[in-house]
Design a protein around this ligand. Structure first.
Ligand SMILES: *[C@@H]1O[C@H](CO)[C@@H](O)[C@H](O)[C@H]1NC(C)=O
Ligand SMILES: *[C@@H]1O[C@H](CO)[C@@H](O)[C@H](O)[C@H]1NC(C)=O
Ligand SMILES: *[C@@H]1O[C@H](CO)[C@@H](O)[C@H](O)[C@H]1NC(C)=O
Ligand SMILES: *[C@@H]1O[C@H](CO)[C@@H](O)[C@H](O)[C@H]1NC(C)=O
Ligand SMILES: *[C@@H]1O[C@H](CO)[C@@H](O)[C@H](O)[C@H]1NC(C)=O
Ligand SMILES: [Ca+2]
Length: 599
């Protein structure tokens, strides 16, 4: 036991390494100030913060109560699982409890009474937080390890799942994969998903209980046996694509596909000895905080990084509001041994906002003048003669991280091959993290501005959008769609207050209204008739400002024309209609006529 504790401590220390403080107070020629470093939280026992789910419903034994046997003594089936009796129940939480010495407590499934239907169970662990594994995942099975199972992981809180490792007594038969061992992987295959036969063969249920995901062996590919050269690992984690993500999870799922068989074929006459029983799931890791926090706390049911470097978010994955002059970046383990904080910067702050983005020796003899966005001040003075101070540690050893930007030269995929220079420090108000140097214009400009922005620093709104006056330049809501009415407006652009340019007759900020004396019908049209100036005559009525409905005998836009002028027959019938009208209506019409004559 003591040995185990010492061993665990050893592992923990090794896996932790340095990067344990985020900032310290240093004195320089210019007076005291904070200095910032890449930092990460300590590794923890993640089973203390997990939410577990076991599927399918009814897979946990004891409801109804059930007897089961063991492989060692298959004909003495005296053990009982009964969910309603605490001493005999085996609920999922017993996979995560603290066990008193010598007394294993475990979750147990129902027995394989429905053989040959497969006995399937999923155990899903969720943290609602990304976690970086720092040690092996160890799953302890009482009564034998499954002959077939697989481990899956999610990086997005369970929305998508990926295989993590396959386990079978015969990998080819179970998964069509050759059996491999992590020890045989190389630096280029360190994040390969493998099938292993090491943990699935029958070895007696008491002797071999653990199934592992070998994190340490994979680390050892870079860091050597005993993980003595962690710096090599940290270097690789920064450079090898996908390696960091391989060790990162938000959720894990064990898919138990076939239980232990006790080294034989399935004995149909005694199915009570086939089931799963898991007494412990050990997951050691640290909160992923993108090297921007050294503390991670359990708040409101979830782990959360306590972000430094003016970052925010559960994983410190973005810059705080008003600190988005430069795009967000994860901290880096490099350069060794103390890494780079890559802190977020406020506009106008002295902390490395303006950098010499272009190294003339890389781009050629031409010096590249570059206009910083307005409101950003000049570059910081280089400090010298710093002396470390306080914070309980000596930081004289921390060299000033190189403050010049890194330049990556990419080749444009097709077309006239012009090298595109992509800077890792772009000043794009957080709307992009890529920029390029345009040779013939001699400027550095942001590319792929998001949030409907555009411009050299993503400081303008795209056409069809306007500036949200209540949002800062680095706000995601900085550009609002103009939303001009497609029919009522001339185009989809608008002015700084969101007003669109309207076609004749249309009005309103979005041009979706009509001016007075216009009516809406797929656009604004001048009224044909109304109640004021364009009154329908001779008793006609105005239909929706679009036309006069004329009485028999009259025509014309305003019913102003008598049909008698052209067609006698119509005229006659019209007059007869007229005469048949009740007297009060005739007088009303006459009155209206008089009114008109007055005009
Ligand atoms: C276990 O999870 C997988 C997806 O990861 C799903 O396809 C399968 O149906 C689940 N099995 C059970 C028994 O719930
Ligand atoms: C997950 O964590 C986030 C951030 O802490 C929180 O807002 C959310 O409610 C959590 N979700 C669940 C299901 O616990
Ligand atoms: C973060 O912002 C505060 C001001 O709110 C400033 O004092 C501090 O130096 C900044 N930290 C970093 C790492 O830039
Ligand atoms: C303008 O920005 C503020 C601050 O971010 C935001 O709350 C508001 O919703 C934005 N307005 C619009 C119309 O998007
Ligand atoms: C935008 O257009 C509207 C309507 O034409 C006008 O009232 C407003 O002053 C304009 N705003 C600006 C900033 O030009
Ligand atoms: Ca237990």
């Amino acid at each position: 036991m003591l040995y185990l504790v010492a061993f665990l401590l050893h592992c923990l220390l090794l896996a932790m390494g340095h990067y344990d403080i985020c900032k310290s107070w240093v004195t320089t020629d210019d007076g005291p100030s904070w200095e910032f470093y890449a930092c990460q939280p300590k590794a923890m026992r993640m089973k203390d913060y997990v939410i577990v789910r076991v599927d399918p419903p009814g897979i946990t034994c004891g409801d109804p109560p059930e007897r089961f046997c063991t492989h060692e003594n298959p004909y003495l089936c005296s053990d009982e699982c009964d969910a309603s009796t605490p001493d005999l129940a085996h609920p999922p939480k017993l996979m995560f409890d603290k066990e008193e010495e010598g007394l294993a407590t475990y979750w147990q499934s129902v027995t394989w009474s429905r053989y040959p239907e497969p006995l399937l169970a999923n155990i899903t662990l969720s943290w609602n937080k990304s976690i970086e594994l720092t040690d092996d995942i160890v799953v302890t099975f009482e009564y034998g390890r499954p002959t077939v199972m697989m481990l899956e992981k999610s990086l997005d809180n369970g929305r998508t799942w990926h295989p993590y490792q396959y386990y079978a007594d015969d990998c080819m038969e179970a998964f069509g994969m050759p059996a491999r061992r992590v020890r045989d992987l190389s630096t280029t295959s360190a994040n390969r998903v493998i099938c292993t036969e090491e943990y699935s063969r029958w070895a007696g249920s008491k002797k071999e209980k653990n199934v592992r995901l070998e994190v340490r062996d994979r680390f050892a590919i870079f860091a050597g046996q005993d993980l003595r050269y962690m710096d090599n690992l940290y270097t690789r984690l920064e450079s090898a694509k996908g390696l960091k993500d391989f060790f990162t999870v938000t959720d894990l799922r064990m898919r138990l596909l076939r239980p232990a068989l006790g080294g034989t074929y399935v004995q149909r006459e005694n199915l009570y000895k086939y089931f799963y029983a898991v007494s412990n799931i050990e997951v050691t890791g640290r909160c992923k905080c993108n090297l921007h926090a050294n503390l991670c706390s359990f708040k409101e049911g979830s782990l959360q990084c306590e972000c430094e470097h003016n970052t925010t978010g559960q994983d410190c994955g973005k810059c705080k509001k008003n600190f988005r002059t430069r795009s967000w970046r994860a901290g880096s383990y490099l350069p060794l041994p103390n890494g780079s904080p890559n802190a977020c910067a406020a506009a106008g702050s002295a902390f490395g906002t303006v950098r010499r983005l272009v190294n003339p020796t890389v781009l050629g003899p031409k010096p590249v003048p570059r206009e910083p966005p307005e409101n950003i001040r000049a570059a910081p003075k280089s400090k010298s003669g710093r002396t470390a101070h306080s914070a309980g540690k000596k930081h004289a050893k921390k060299p000033a991280a190189s403050k010049s930007s890194k330049l990556i030269r990419l080749n444009a995929g097709s077309g006239p091959v012009a090298p595109v220079e992509v800077f890792r420090d772009c000043e794009c108000y957080g709307h992009s993290n890529r920029c390029s140097y345009i040779d013939f214009l001699n400027v550095v400009t942001c590319v792929s501005c998001k949030h409907n922005t555009r411009g050299q620093h993503c400081q303008h709104c795209r056409l069809g959008f306007y500036r949200n006056s209540s949002a800062e330049l680095d706000d995601e809501n900085v550009c609002i769609e103009c939303n001009c009415n497609q029919i009522g407006s001339l185009h989809d652009r608008c002015n700084e207050t969101g007003y669109c340019e309207c076609r004749e007759g249309a009005t309103g900020p979005k041009c979706d209204d009509c001016l007075p004396n216009y009516y809406w019908r797929q656009g604004c049209f001048p009224n044909v008739c109304d109640e004021e100036l364009l009154i329908c005559q001779n008793g006609g009525t105005c239909y929706q400002n679009q036309r006069c409905l004329c009485p028999d005998g009259y025509k014309g836009v305003l019913c102003e024309q008598s049909k008698c002028d052209t067609d006698d027959k119509a005229c006659n019938s019209a007059s007869s209609t007229y005469l048949s009208l009740p007297p009060f209506l005739i007088s009303a019409l006459l009155l209206q006529l008089g009114h008109r004559l007055d005009l």
